[in-house]
Write a protein of this length. Sequence first.
Length: 292
Amino acid sequence: MNSDSAIAQAYQYCLQLARSHYENFPVASYLLRPDLRPAVAAIYAFARQADDLADEGNAPARIRLKQLDAWETLLGRCIREHVDHPVFLALGDAIQRHCLPVEPLYDLLVAFRMDVTIHRYETAEELAFYCRHSANPIGRLMLALHDIDDPRAITCADALCTGLQLANFWQDLAIDLSRGRCYLPAAWLEKEHRHLSPRELDETALLPALGRACRWTREHFDKARDLIPRLPWRLRLQVAATLHGGLRILERTARGNPLHHRPRLSRGDWLRMIPPVLRDASRLGTASGNPA
């Protein structure tokens, strides 16, 4: 198989992986420019499989960390040479083809190692540090793919990605607790509950802190709104859809009880979001002149 065919098959593998996983928020969607979808899928596949190394299965922590070390080694190699692995063959090509920064990819691995070793966060500041490594790199890579280096856009993208990560934490509260993990900052719990393990926490302990967490998350989404008019049209649609999806999940989490029911978005939810997405995408601002 020649090099071009192997790379094409590697991208196809990443696209299939991206589209086979349920996500509340669009991944490599048809809102994105067609020439960028394969690169987005390669980034997603890199992050998805590293996340699985950190979280899936029953391997002890030391084995998971070694697997992440090996994943990082492959990342370093794919920057310099072709690697016989579909994710890294596609990712290496995407990095070269689009002149992508590699620091955000290494930042993701910092977060995945934290997933292995840290199951509680004491303060909101500690949790924000995690989000800067687990979520914000994706937004920065998306901007880099579109040749956007506006500092204000980067700041807003960071706010959006942190908001999405936090909304996902509160959405998955019951799942994480069952795995012995709690992302609600311990400092937000009442004193008598702070010493409890995640599996011992109940509604009395969690729901007041969850309300505070949802308000904090909403602040991030509010800061992110200024990103939309700074983007080219297709990316505006993608980001507006992602923002409204995050807000809808957050609202359902705040109104409901994620300990008993995990909020999800249906096809009907996405259809109802079309008018506000188009409205926000049509806002005038300091966007790139590129209509694509």
